[in-house]
Design a protein around this ligand. Structure first.
Ligand SMILES: [Ca+2]
Ligand SMILES: [Ca+2]
Length: 310
């Protein structure tokens, strides 16, 4: 009896494979905007399950990397939401926020799956996943399945991209994992680097930072070029290496380097700064921020970083 039931099950699976009309899984990645590193880059991508196929989607991942230096410039967001939710992924290269909007008929189910991916048919196996028998269940009443189609899920992505990454071709890659099969789609986009209208002169104190030393702050003195006033800097916008915010107190206008041009002193939390540095003879620290009228500025200084215990 077991053999017969297995044979019947096999027949049903084969029937699904052969009787199923040609339908597709599609991933469409929209053009990112703006195409400028150092700004918040937005784009969306949609996964579409066409026709009345059963498609248990287990997981969706997103990667963004530099085409010719993927090992150096790479961010990964694993396990994107599969229901109508938002999720923020803190990465070493800025936060990525992903909002999922499932289309009508999207749901969680239990069943067989089969789909055509770029002219080849794939059997999706049997198991839990997105896709089902034509009924949905769960708190949101979702239910994509046989007889409910097409359906889709759209992801809106915003990435606070780093101004420190170089210009070049970047790849946006979306990957869909189903039962044993992986499908991915890429889109390559040329990203430029935001050009700051104002270049500041930065002096970081100390000149040599010992990662083992204690202390509350790292100090930066910011001097602006002629025509701009350091007193106009909006301290709440000042960041060190795109990450560490300047403390709101203490700050002060003075002339630290005694060159007759006023400079603004700001402080950064020493533990946070140390947390992102490794020892080196010439470690570049970049300070960015905005003037009160919104004009952005940027400047860098180089310090020595050591790690010596007592
Ligand atoms: Ca210095
Ligand atoms: Ca000065």
């Amino acid at each position: 009896m077991r053999i017969i039931s297995a044979a019947i099950t096999g027949f049903i699976i084969l029937s699904l494979v052969f009787i199923s009309p040609a339908s597709a899984l599609k991933i469409d990645i929209a053009e990112p905007s703006p195409k400028t590193l150092g700004q918040t880059i937005s784009f969306s991508f949609t996964i579409t399950v066409e026709d009345s196929e059963l498609l248990p989607i287990r997981r969706v991942d997103l990667e963004i990397y530099k085409e010719n230096e993927p090992a150096v410039y790479h961010i990964t967001c694993l396990d994107l939401p599969l229901t109508a939710t938002s999720k923020t992924y803190p990465t070493a290269a800025g936060d990525v926020t992903v909002t999922a909007v499932p289309g009508a008929g999207w749901g969680y189910g239990y069943g067989y799956g089969y789909a055509i991916w770029e002219s080849t048919g794939y059997y999706w196996g049997y198991g839990y996943g997105y896709g089902g028998w034509g009924y949905g269940y769960g708190p949101e009443g979702y239910g994509y399945g046989y007889g409910f189609a097409p359906t889709s899920i759209t992801y809106s992505v915003t990435w606070s991209s780093p101004a420190t990454w170089p210009a070049g071709d970047y790849v946006v890659k979306a990957t869909v994992l189903a039962n044993g099969d992986t499908f991915s789609k890429t889109r390559t986009v040329a990203l430029s680097v935001y050009v700051y209208p104002v270049t500041a002169k930065i002096d970081i104190d100390p000149d040599t930072l010992n990662l083992k030393s204690r202390g509350r702050w790292i100090t930066a003195y910011i001097e602006l070029p002629e025509g701009y006033d350091a007193a106009d800097i909006d301290v709440s916008t000042v960041l060190l290496n795109d990450k560490v915010p300047a403390e709101s107190m203490p700050t002060g206008i003075g002339d630290y380097d005694e060159d007759g041009i006023p400079d603004l002193m700001v402080k950064f939390d020493r533990a946070m700064v140390k947390g992102m540095l490794s020892p080196g003879d010439a470690v570049e620290l970049t300070v960015t921020g905005e003037l009160i009228d919104g004009t952005p500025f940027k400047g860098s200084d180089t310090i020595r970083v050591i790690s010596k215990g007592k």
